[in-house]
Write a protein that binds this ligand. Structure first.
Ligand SMILES: C[S@@+](CC[C@H](N)C(=O)[O-])C[C@H]1O[C@@H](n2cnc3c(N)ncnc32)[C@H](O)[C@@H]1O
Length: 219
């Protein structure tokens, strides 16, 4: 099935509210668990970048899990960042949310000790934006972890995934999930992107709808 792009930024207030209110606790906890296993250092205390942070749930979970780290989390949607900022009211963490669209945005630091991203890649019309940003901002040797959706073979297969995993969700969320699946990249496409970026990362299908990309920045 040919990729069908969706709008890059999630700016519509109803869409942001639906996404922010959805219960992603299981997949987001799973993301953090994988990240913890990948970093393999419970006392990690570096400078961290979360690309396409959305309403900030994963950024916050990371900052709470690694309280001695400093997290910068960026998103191009002002509505998402406004929502994310509210998380800081009741959480005393070293976490800064930044409004900025990649690749134009400038980040406060030039060399991050760890970069992660969940569900940004499929939004990008130019997927190399993600890999070039990582190359630009990661310290040599920094661990990188990216998780994203995997494009199914057909619209019918995409609908089956929506029916299986989002049957009880609001219509707006189901609509977004369906279109995100159609916009996702295949494993082969991601592998080709990494070859173009000269990044020797591992690409693994970890579920019927997810890819996990991990690796260390070349030194
Ligand atoms: C599906 S959400 C994922 C949010 C979060 N990472 C999570 O897992 O809950 C994708 C986010 O990427 C943001 N985004 C898309 N294109 C972007 C770009 N070019 N620069 C910055 N953010 C972008 C969208 O605004 C949206 O908030």
């Amino acid at each position: 099935m040919k990729r069908q792009a969706e709008p890059e930024l999630m700016e519509d207030s109803a869409q942001v509210y639906a996404y922010a209110q959805a219960d992603f606790s299981a997949p987001h906890t799973e993301f953090i668990n994988r990240l913890q296993a990948f970093i393999n250092n419970p006392s990690f205390n570096g400078l961290v970048l979360d690309l396409g942070c959305g309403p900030g749930d994963i950024s916050l979970k990371f900052a709470l899990a690694f309280p001695n780290s400093t997290v910068h989390a960026i998103d191009g949607s002002k509505a998402m960042i406004d929502y994310a900022q509210t998380l800081l009211i009741n959480n005393n963490v070293q976490l800064e949310f930044i409004h900025g669209k990649l690749p134009e945005a400038t980040l406060p630091c030039l060399a991050y000790d760890l970069i992660f991203s969940n569900s940004l890649l499929h939004h990008l019309a130019e997927p190399m934006t993600l890999w070039h940003t990582i190359k630009h901002y990661a310290k040599p040797g920094a661990p990188i972890m990216v998780m994203d959706l995997l494009r199914p073979n057909s619209p019918t297969a995409a609908q089956t995934l929506v029916d299986t995993y989002a049957a009880l969700e609001p219509e707006l969320l189901k609509h977004d999930f369906y279109h995100s699946l159609l916009a996702a990249y295949t494993q082969t496409e991601v592998e080709q992107q990494l070859v173009s970026a000269q990044l020797n990362f591992n690409v693994e299908q970890i579920s019927d709808r997810h890819l996990l990309i991990t690796g260390m920045m070349p030194c």
